[in-house]
Design a protein around this ligand. Sequence first.
Ligand SMILES: Cc1cc2nc3c(=O)[nH]c(=O)nc-3n(C[C@H](O)[C@H](O)[C@H](O)COP(=O)(O)O)c2cc1C
Length: 175
Amino acid sequence: MKIVAFAASNSTQSINKKLVTYAASLIDGATVEVLDLNAFNAPIFSTDHEAQHGHPEQAKDFLSKLNGADAILISFAEHNGSYSAAYKSLFDWSSRIQKKVFDGKPVVALATSPGPGGAKSVLAAATASLPFFGATVKASLSVPSFPSNFDVAAGRLSNPELDAQLKAAVATLTA
Ligand SMILES: Cc1cc2nc3c(=O)[nH]c(=O)nc-3n(C[C@H](O)[C@H](O)[C@H](O)COP(=O)(O)O)c2cc1C
């Protein structure tokens, strides 16, 4: 089984990347690839760019990674209650190439932020819209107050209750 995991963020310090990397490490018996959105740095989505230049290779490469997965793990960064611009643009390009971006695959959606809200707004938006793009959402989890609940040095959740919830969520991908 091949799992593709990524944070929907282009921050080199992304807390969602730290969370999704830990989450991916919990999946037994699977090959896991953690993507970095900076490796798919397409121009910001524009219908004018699309008409003039077609679809960027970076978006085709991103989609090809998703298409090669049996299951997908995403952790969403929240910017002003919604997706990061980097993810939204890459997702928009991907949806123009292949409307069902997630092609019927099982998806676990995570989100975290430094504050108590735990990026719940973007997680709600993502879990509501993912099925329209071919995702079968198996589980979702918001991790609030990332600095208090995640041990960055150890690379794992330090809150046992959240850790149990994360383990249960990722287990749905291989069940
Ligand atoms: C432009 C901007 C808007 C933000 N808006 C929110 C927000 O609406 N809710 C929230 O919980 N955090 C918000 N934050 C804080 C992010 O949750 C924080 O930067 C987090 O580290 C982003 O995830 P990442 O590290 O994976 O990129 C915002 C940050 C930026 C830069």
